[in-house]
Design a binder for this molecule. Structure first.
Ligand SMILES: NC(=O)c1ccc[n+]([C@@H]2O[C@H](COP(=O)([O-])OP(=O)(O)OC[C@H]3O[C@@H](n4cnc5c(N)ncnc54)[C@H](O)[C@@H]3O)[C@@H](O)[C@H]2O)c1
Length: 308
């Protein structure tokens, strides 16, 4: 199992570290455009191997795609992160150029690969990759919902004063401050609806805190977060590499599912060896359908900024 991570910055390095810690991959190649940067990150990470007890071999390269050849999974984290006060959508001009070039070069070297897109604005970057490379839609997967759901569970556990392991919940829709949809109606505490424990006002607060989860961290850190994003990517990579058939919300190109076409947006999918094994269509109520419609409209507006 060979995995390439493009962008050895905060998210890329964190994701490589979590993949190595889970010890399921033989090789991780980190690639960055900054001279020597990926090599340095890889060496530093490899010096944790004997301390942390993993056998995954991590190597770093400066923009040399020949070293990524034959990758089973490639993760794209290259691009600029947002600064405090910025939206993810504002990153589009710079990141679209980077993601377009990087995805083409990755697929040239690994024509059979599965691509996981992380760079923001993520749903639009998934759409762009879909229009750029010749891969089936089942092999182009956007990471956003896994992170947003983790943030949702964190906020739910906080409100419930319960351990996070007792809580389950999912976020679908656009990976953005306004477009994401935490599905409070379906969230559970050990199988019981969270609405049995939290009143409407508290649930609304959980929802709002979840939506600005990334912006809150960007304000505190001065840049975008990396631990949870890196961990979320590693969960997607492991689900595919180990054929786990895990159900995770991911951004995927839709062709009629949820009544939508020609758009990539977050919906629940089953992830396994072939990438997206299945898009799961959950029964949304009228209010949720309306939120999904507005979320899709917001994605389409950002997509229109692409120079395809
Ligand atoms: N989808 C999500 O849930 C999620 C979560 C967090 C961050 N992000 C996004 O991930 C991206 C990376 O964030 P970060 O905090 O790691 O940023 P960062 O600045 O720490 O790292 C980005 C790296 O990409 C490299 N890079 C730039 N252009 C490149 C190219 N053409 N080829 C190879 N490498 C190139 C840079 O040199 C840098 O090392 C941002 O767009 C951010 O918004 C997405």
């Amino acid at each position: 199992m060979k995995i390439t991570v493009v962008g050895a910055g905060a998210v890329g390095a964190s994701c490589a570290e979590y993949i190595a810690l889970k010890n399921f991959a033989s090789e991780v190649v980190l690639l960055d455009i900054k001279e020597g940067f990926a090599e340095g990150k890889a060496m530093d990470l490899m010096q944790t191997a004997s301390l942390n007890g993993f056998d995954t071999r991590i190597t770093g390269v400066t923009n040399d795609y020949s070293k990524t050849a034959g990758s089973d999974i490639c993760v794209i984290t290259s691009g600029i992160p947002r600064k405090p006060g910025m939206t993810r959508e504002e990153l589009i001009d710079i990141n679209a150029k980077i993601v377009k070039e990087v995805s083409s070069r990755l697929v040239e070297s690994s024509p059979e690969t599965i691509l996981i897109v992380v760079s923001n604005p993520m749903d639009t970057m998934v759409y762009l990759v879909h229009k750029t490379v010749n891969l089936p839609k089942t092999k182009i997967i956007g990471m956003g919902g896994a992170l947003d759901s983790a943030r949702f569970k964190y906020r739910l556990a906080e409100a419930l004063e319960a351990p996070i392991s007792d809580v389950d919940g999912m976020v679908i829709g656009q990976h953005s401050d306004t477009g994401m949809i935490p599905l409070t109606r379906m969230a559970t505490r050990n199988g019981m609806p969270v609405s049995d424990f939290l009143d409407e006002e508290r649930l609304l607060q959980v929802k709002e805190d979840t939506k600005v989860g990334g912006a809150t961290l960007t304000r505190l850190l001065g840049t975008s977060a990396w631990y949870a994003p890196g961990a979320a990517v590693s969960v997607l990579v492991q689900a595919i590499a180990c054929d786990q058939r895990k159900l995770i919300p991911c951004s995927v190109f839709l062709e009629g599912e949820y009544g939508m076409n020609d758009i990539a947006i977050g919906v629940p999918v089953i992830l396994g060896r072939n990438g997206i094994e299945e898009i799961v269509e959950i029964e949304l109520n009228e209010a949720e359908k309306e939120m999904m419609k507005q979320s899709a409209e917001a994605v389409r507006k950002v997509n229109q900024l692409l120079k395809l």
